[in-house]
Ligand binder design. Structure first.
Ligand code: PXL
Length: 280
């Protein structure tokens, strides 16, 4: 049976992040994907100025009103960048309404990076993101978001024991089965550290670090992780597949020579992802 997913993110028309990453990655992996757009922006908000931004909260209400008349069912729910504080309750209702027994809900609490909240986010919205995390089976904050969710000052490079303590604290605070924190440095690699609450196990998925700051890599990683988990991979395997995919996309990006704020060349890494998932 083909898997069905719902992806709840903004549409950034240029800059390869959120829905312009999630939809092609999930669809490329053979997953039937519905989208619920949260905002429409000309570009993402990192390293671009003068971008347009239309909050779609009202339209989301109309979309959900129509959907309530349809027999929609999803195996997986995946939320990311949100457009307003009011929208957080709405997205919480969607995660509740469409969650089903045995399904997978992944919340990426997109709100900050490099120690700072994104331009369109407020402290109030950051608190609301924590409420959404409580509805998730899996959360995938970056290190900045992990610190905000825990109400702690930003730590750029925590040691291995500190990362483990943070993972456990996040799982406990938000009652999540799985926590994966991205942007973790371990054993000379950059990657994602994971914790599974059910068996208390820790994982680390890494790749060689490239000496550049890339954009949209969180969405590339989370989309591939969500796809791999939905297709039945264990969290540890899925995280390594997603790290490999993100790393390959970064390598292609450097080969292409475009400015890095245009996102990473995940399109050119899709064949490798499909091979790793055994889909081709
Ligand atoms: O990739 C995260 C993201 C998603 N959507 C928008 C963003 C960002 C990060 O800056 O600005 C609009």
């Amino acid at each position: 049976m083909q898997k069905r997913a719902l992806a709840i993110h903004d549409v950034s028309c240029e800059g390869r992040c959120s829905l312009t990453v999630a939809l092609p990655v999930l669809a490329g992996c053979g997953i039937h994907t519905a989208v619920l757009p949260t905002a429409l922006l000309s570009t993402h908000t990192g390293e671009f100025t003068g971008y347009s931004c239309l909050d779609l909260t009202e339209e989301m209400g109309r979309i959900l009103g129509h959907w309530a008349t349809l027999p929609l069912k999803f195996d997986g729910l995946y939320s990311g960048f949100l457009g307003s504080f009011e929208q957080i309750n709405l997205v919480g209702d969607v995660l509740h309404a469409y969650h089903r027994e045995g399904g997978l809900t992944l919340v990426d609490p997109v709100m900050a990076d490099h120690g700072r909240l994104y331009a369109t986010y407020t402290k109030e919205m950051a608190g609301g993101m924590g409420e959404l995390c409580r509805l998730a089976d899996v959360i995938v904050p970056n290190m900045t978001e992990a610190c905000i969710l825990l109400g702690r000052p930003y730590v750029e490079h925590p040691g291995e024991d500190e990362v483990k303590e943070m993972l456990e604290a996040l799982a406990s605070k938000f009652s999540c089965g799985q926590v994966i924190v991205t942007g973790v440095h371990q054993a000379g690699q950059l990657g994602a550290a994971g914790f599974c609450a059910a068996d208390g196990s820790f994982t680390f998925a890494g790749a060689p670090q490239l000496p550049h700051v890339f954009y949209g890599t969180g969405d590339v990683f989370a989309s591939a992780l969500f796809a791999a988990m939905l297709l039945g991979k264990s969290t540890g395997e899925a995280a390594q597949t997603a790290v490999n995919f993100t790393h390959e996309a970064m390598v292609h990006t450097l080969e292409n020579g475009l400015p890095l704020n245009y996102g990473v060349a995940f399109e050119q890494a899709i064949p490798g992802l499909l091979k790793e998932l055994g889909l081709v």
